[in-house]
Write a protein of this length. Sequence first.
Length: 261
Amino acid sequence: MWNNHSKTQIMSTLTNKVAVVTGGNSGIGLAAAKELAAQGAKVVITGRNEKSLAEAANEMNATGIVSDQGDLAQIDQLVEAVKLKFGKIDILFLNAGIASFSPLEHASEDHYDAIMNLNVKGVFFTAQKFLPLLNDGGSIIFNTSVNARVGMPNSSVYAASKGALLSINRVLATELAPRKIRVNALSPGPVETPIFGKLGLSKEEMDGFGAVMEKKVALARFGRPEEIAKAVLFLASDDSSFVTGTELVVDGGLTINAVIN
C-alpha cells in the first residue's frame, strides 16, 4: 500500500531534469513528453506544425520550439534556444521521423532522400549538436522500429533508416560511456498514432491493413502511445541505470513469429 510520501517520490522521478523530445506534438512523442512532464521533468518539444506544437506545449506546460529536423540550420537554432533557456539537458528522445512506403521498382530519389535526410541525417546531427549540452550521466533514446528487422514489403528505405539508427545507437553507447551517458533504442511495433493516417491509404485499405496487422501481433491489438511512453520513461530514468547500447522492443509480440498459433 502506497503512503503519500511514496506517491510523492513516484511523481518526482525526473525532478530537476530537462528533457528534449523531438516530434513531441503528436503520437508517441506527445505521449512521451506528457509522461516525462508528469514525472517532474522540464520538457522541450519540437515539431514542424506551429499550431499543433503550441497546443501540445500549453497542454503540458512545456516549451515548444518549431524546428525541422531535416534542416541542419534549424537544428543549430533549436540547440541554441534550449541552451539559452535551460543551459543543460539530461534526456534527449530522438523521436521525430517520417514513414512512407514504396516497392523497390517504384522508389524515387525523392522518396529515398526525404526519409534518409529526416530519419538518419537529421537524427544523427541532432544528437551531435546536443552533445555539449547533455549532462554526464544523461540519457539518449532513439525511436527506431521493428520494421528494421521484420522485412515488411515496400518498406525498404524506411526499414534501412531505422536499421541505421540501431547501428548508431550501439556505437554511441560505447563512445559516450566514459561520460556515463546511456544510449538506447526503443523499437515500437504497430501503434495507434496519426502516422498511419498519412500513408495515403483509403479508409477501407487502412481497416484491412489494421485487421491483418492485429493478427500478426501476439496480443492481437495495436499498441497505445501511452504504453510506449512508459518504456521511454524507463530508459530516461535512473531505473535503467545499468542499461546502455540495447534495443527495447515494445511490439505486443509481433516479432515472436510463432510457428503454430
